[in-house]
Design a protein around this ligand. Sequence first.
Ligand code: SF4
Length: 252
Amino acid sequence: MVWRNRTNSDFVRSRYISLFIEELEQELSDALDINIARVASKIREIGFSCQKCGHCCRAAFGDNRVLLTQKDILKIAEHTGLSKSGIVTPMLPDDPGPFSFSSETPDIPGIDLDTEGNIHTFGWMLRRKSNGDCSFIGDEKECQNRCKIYDARPMLCSTYPFYMESMELQVSECEGLGHKISGSESLKLAQDVVRRYIAETRDTISLYRKFRDFNADDGGGLDIAARRAKEGRIVYVVHDSDGMHRIVGKFQ
Ligand code: SF4
């Protein structure tokens, strides 16, 4: 969500959010009535069997960001004993470009900066290694392409390459598409895909209910962010279904 360049009054903005929440509530109520058997039959028609290529977990094969629901984070924390900060990082654009914070790049693509130099983001994603791969993918030698948290992996991973959007089944690129899938497997996958759709829609509704607007940067914020970057710091404000969280990270 970018409020930059919006000239509407606060009233119009809050009305916009209310309308958006109403739309999401309608979508949630429709999602609760989805015909799972119909979704399962579409999955069966498309065909899918995981080829264990690990492409969806590695950065070399495209966008491998894993957006997490609150349930995902709790499940992984319970399974691994890790703290939230050991699991997640603020959701950022896949390629935000270099965060130079110089006055020559006043508009950092895909980044919402406020007047206090904070970067606003929406939701959390799984941490990634320095090479961009998911932090839970096994090392090449150790257990190639195996997920170390398989039993507690996020819903996005267990349903990949399928997802729902505007009540329709969607498919991402995947080596496993077109392979035979049994009736019971496609039914289980359809149930998980719809469960994920419902959980994500609920999280998004809560996020917008708790959302507190911020003043988009008009130049001063960039100077503050640049000063912090020189000191090796970067400040994020993450908006999620619990509210707003201020995170201080390292700037490299
Ligand atoms: S959590 Fe597991 S399945 Fe999901 S991206 Fe990471 S390694 Fe892959």
